[in-house]
Design a protein around this ligand. Structure first.
Ligand code: NAP
Ligand code: HSE
Length: 429
């Protein structure tokens, strides 16, 4: 097979960009053997071309001028690894309209502007791929779009943020929240602004992308309700351990009839569920569908070289496939409603601090009963005149559990606002 020289460009040359250049340089022979293409990074856009880099680019490759990339007709594909929504979004739109295929690792951009981006790709007659935007090294988009094409996927659970999973597992080993976050930043897992990670916004963007692809209906960041791990304290981690469970930041996308619910939050995961075994910066996605029952994929969810592996794979896929057929087009083919948030069936773990006196427990139980919420497990710890109740509910509509908790919070016997986490067990949320 004759070798074809393929000039490519990067938008960004940071943690991921430098690793993409390194993988392309070090893996050039493998890529050429597999595809007949020899990739070469000829331009990389940065803010500061003089900054020292983890893997040095060849002389003249780094540029601060986007025009040098969009105007260079020899460039066959561009990897967007600079992050942010602007000016990144406008750059990507311009590249696509100019007929340059783009692969992106940018979940915030995809979760906010995918309709515009795919319209531009279609107008330019080129592909837009985004495997690295979700779960770094795990090829989950490819599996959803290609391997599971005839499976009616109806639920997807994911640990999709490496930084928060790293922090939670370090807290299980005794580290403080602050120490664990600093370590995740040092290792290159965290976003430039780590608030994106710890607030759940990064995971929410990834779940919007996964739900869009899984259900074939556009789900944008604004459709995803999310909560982060900033409020998780060592006592929550210890409380989970007593329930033979761990706390994980989990995204859940559910298709119920013709409606969709997508949410992200800290969840109590039963020790026997596959997601409980996911530690450090690893990610995992469990996909449930008619023909497959359940598939769980796990792997590195953050890190420069791990993410670069998916970016380079997308570049190779673009070069190996021509046109914009079904599997490369926008995954959206239908419009589904949003499920009213209170209708989603969930099981909850609830901590309630009550006065240790007759009737306190009965009043709490009555409020659950008023909302038709059944209790699956109950235990209590006594300390200095108060009792901490640990309650696990059977599955019930989220709105009914929330109404019961609001009523419980108003009881005279109750000393502080009840705290609740959704539960994932072998039987699901
Ligand atoms: P990073 O280390 O901060 O690198 C960003 C790069 O983009 C830098 O080279 C920066 O230039 C350049 N850049 C940023 N804004 C620019 C602008 N306005 N004009 C020109 N250049 C600009 O970020 P990263 O960790 O590599 O992440 C890049 C993307 O990959 C993000 O979308 C991120 O969410 C995604 N991602 C990251 C990981 C991970 O583990 N790090 C995993 C999956 C996905 P300078 O170097 O000159 O500042
Ligand atoms: N900051 C992200 C994470 C990088 O921790 O998962 C991967 O998208």
């Amino acid at each position: 097979m004759a070798s074809v020289d393929v000039p490519v460009a990067l938008l960004g040359y940071g943690t991921v960009g430098a690793a993409v250049n390194r993988l392309i340089a070090e893996g050039a022979d493998e890529i050429e053997r597999a595809t007949g293409h020899r990739l070469r990074v000829v331009r990389a856009l940065v803010r500061d071309a003089d900054k020292e880099r983890g893997f040095a680019a060849d002389g003249g490759v780094l540029t601060t001028d986007f025009r040098e990339i969009v105007a260079d007709e020899s460039i066959a594909v561009v990897a967007e690894v600079m992050g942010g929504v602007e000016p990144t979004g406008d750059y990507v739109l311009e590249l696509l309209r100019a007929g340059k295929p783009v692969v992106s690792a940018n979940k915030q951009l995809l979760a906010r502007r995918s309709a515009d981006l795919f319209a531009a790709a279609s107008a330019g007659g080129v592909q837009l791929r985004f495997e690295a935007s979700v779960c770094a090294a795990i090829p989950v988009i490819k599996v959803l779009r290609e391997s599971l094409v005839v499976t009616n996927v109806h639920r997807l659970l994911g640990i999709v943020n490496g930084t928060t999973n790293f922090i939670l597992t370090r807290m299980e080993a005794g580290a403080s929240y602050g120490e664990a976050l600093a370590e995740a930043q040092r290792l290159g897992y965290a976003e430039a602004d780590p608030t994106e990670d710890v607030s759940g916004a990064d995971a929410a963007a990834k779940m919007a992308i996964l739900a869009t692809v899984a259900f074939g209906s556009r789900v944008e960041l604004g459709d995803v309700s999310y909560e982060g791990i900033e409020g998780i304290r060592p006592e929550h981690v210890a409380g989970a351990r007593e329930q033979d469970a761990v706390i994980r930041l989990v995204g859940a996308a559910t298709l119920a009839g013709d409606a969709v619910d997508v949410r992200v939050g800290p969840v109590l995961v039963d020790r026997h569920h596959p997601l409980a075994a996911v530690e450090g910066a690893f990610n995992a996605v469990t996909i449930e569908g008619d023909a497959i029952r359940e598939i769980t994929m796990a792997g590195p969810g953050a890190g420069g070289i791990e993410t670069a592996s998916a970016v380079v794979a997308d570049m190779v896929s673009v070069l190996g496939t021509t046109g914009t057929g079904f599997l490369q087009n926008d995954a959206v083919w239908r419009r589904l409603d949003r499920l009213p948030p209170g209708d989603l069936p969930c099981s909850y773990y609830v901590r309630i601090e009550v006065s240790d006196r007759p009737g306190a427990l009965a009043h709490v139980a009555e409020r659950f009963a008023d909302e038709q919420v059944s209790i699956a497990q109950l235990s209590q710890h006594l300390t200095n005149g108060s009792a901490e109740l640990d309650v696990v509910t059977h599955t019930a509509p989220a709105g009914r559990v929330e109404a019961a908790l609001a009523a419980i919070g108003r009881l005279d016997d109750v000393r502080s606002k009840p705290e609740a986490l959704r539960v994932i067990s072998e039987r699901g949320i």
